[in-house]
Ligand binder design. Structure first.
Ligand SMILES: *Cc1c(COP(=O)(O)O)cnc(C)c1O
Length: 426
């Protein structure tokens, strides 16, 4: 598989290189030189999720990695269900939150972890990352127990919920967690300083595992096929897919699925008040505002870094941008939708509710799938308050609640971090 840098098209890399580099020159995103076409998507839809995902990912990766390797990566990464739950006549939710950390980020993180471990040098490498919550959990869990990779996750001490903290700080083994006595921005600054420092970067073979890694997006392509397969069994042969969007990786993956030949009629980019893309789709002006905090906090992104890839797919395929409708949903509408979904018998959470709300304008002959990106219990505070209930903890969360936090704490000081990392890892 060949990819090129969207900012410097002359920089061309293989999939293996793109996984290891993350970003290209000048922080440019890697983009495939060709999008593989699947000629018999109907037959593919008859397969089960894992068997089909091997074919979907094999279309991208088999030439470079070998189909056997692709099969092993898929078997190791995709170990949980992806149910499509019908909510009413017009809508169903594709539940992407049945993985170990109860969020759709498990798909991308687990597949990326398998790829990174496969491609790591013999002496191993270190993933260094900062988290304000969810991503850290998905990444830590995905790399836990892999033999060639150590993971260091930094997070702001006291600034995330105890349950969120316990989801990634209780693992131990190759997962090192550091509570930094400052805020999230300070954690990100420490990550950046570490990558800029040649001693640390080379001495510890640093690698980033962030959301722009191409391996994550390819993994996410697979569940769009699963949505179509299950919808077909319900009698729906063409879908409108509504994607609750923050950094726009999820929507990009959906566009790749359509480009490969999957029958998706159109997409809805559903956002909260951080509506840079809906405004851009309406008037062609790219004008990010300051980020605002909302109930759907995993979507509080005003400069979505994957958007250029979404646009590049449309361009490569000759699709008008009107294939994507932008819908920004207010906090009040999100709450109303949570209540309406509950009345229809479906308990949801704010991110999925935004995508469900954005399907309100469906035409009479359309069927909509909205993506359920997180388990409702992960947003228990909001869900309990809006729906006036007391959600029980699912077993995954309940299991960590009683375990001790294994983090070390550290001042937000690069020299101290450097000493710590060499003492612990070199
Ligand atoms: C990350 C996240 C999103 C946004 O996904 P993107 O791919 O960044 O657009 C939506 N919902 C939840 C729960 C998330 O964690």
């Amino acid at each position: 598989m060949e990819l090129y840098n969207l900012k410097h098209p002359s920089q061309k890399v293989s999939f293996s290189e793109a996984v290891q580099l993350g970003l290209g020159k000048d922080r440019g995103l890697f983009f495939p030189s060709q999008i593989p076409q699947l000629d018999n998507t109907d037959a593919l839809l008859e397969l089960d999720f894992v068997a089909r995902s091997k074919k979907v990912l094999g279309a991208w990766l088999a030439v470079e990695l070998g189909q056997d390797t692709v099969d092993k990566l898929v078997d190791a990464a995709f170990t949980f269900d992806v149910p499509l739950v019908q909510v009413d006549d017009k809508r169903a939710c594709l539940e992407l939150f049945h993985g170990p950390t109860l969020a759709f980020k498990d798909f991308g993180a687990r597949f990326m972890a398998q790829c990174v471990n496969l491609l790591a040098p013999e002496k191993g490498l270190t993933i260094l990352t900062a988290t304000s919550g969810d991503t850290g959990a998905a990444v830590a869990d995905a790399f836990y127990g892999l033999d060639k990779v150590k993971v260091v996750v930094m997070y702001p001490q006291g600034k995330i919920s105890e349950l969120q903290e316990k989801m990634f700080t209780t693992l131990g083994g190759n997962i090192i967690t550091l509570a930094v006595e400052s805020d999230f921005d300070a954690c990100q600054a420490l990550v950046k300083q570490s990558f800029d420092d040649q001693d640390v970067r080379e001495g510890l073979a640093l690698n980033s595992a962030n959301s722009i890694n191409i391996s994550r997006l390819l993994a996410q392509v697979c569940y769009y096929f699963e949505a179509a397969a299950q919808a077909k069994r319900l009698g729906h042969h063409e879908l409108v897919v509504s994607v609750p969007s923050g950094n726009f990786g999820n929507l990009t993956a959906g566009l790749f699925a359509k480009a490969m030949g999957l029958n998706i009629k159109r997409f809805i980019a559903a956002t909260n008040a951080n509506d840079t893309v809906p405004r851009y789709l309406a008037d062609g002006e790219w004008q990010p505002n300051a980020t605002v905090a909302t109930m759907s906090n995993a979507m509080d992104v005003s400069e979505p870094s994957n958007w250029p890839r979404s646009e590049a797919i449309c361009e490569a395929m000759g699709w008008p941008l009107s294939l994507i409708s932008g819908v920004a949903v207010t906090e009040a509408q999100t709450q109303e939708t949570l209540v309406q979904l509950k009345q229809a018998g479906y308990q949801s959470e704010p991110h999925a509710a935004i995508a469900a709300n954005a399907l309100n304008g469906l035409a009479a002959d359309e069927f909509g799938v909205f993506l359920g990106t997180a388990h409702p219990a992960k947003f228990k505070d909001v869900v309990d308050e809006v729906l006036e209930l007391d959600l029980p903890l699912p077993p995954e969360l309940d299991a960590v609640a009683g375990k001790p936090i294994l983090s070390d704490s550290l001042a937000a000081d690069f020299e101290q971090l450097k000493q710590y990392l060499f003492a612990k890892l070199a």
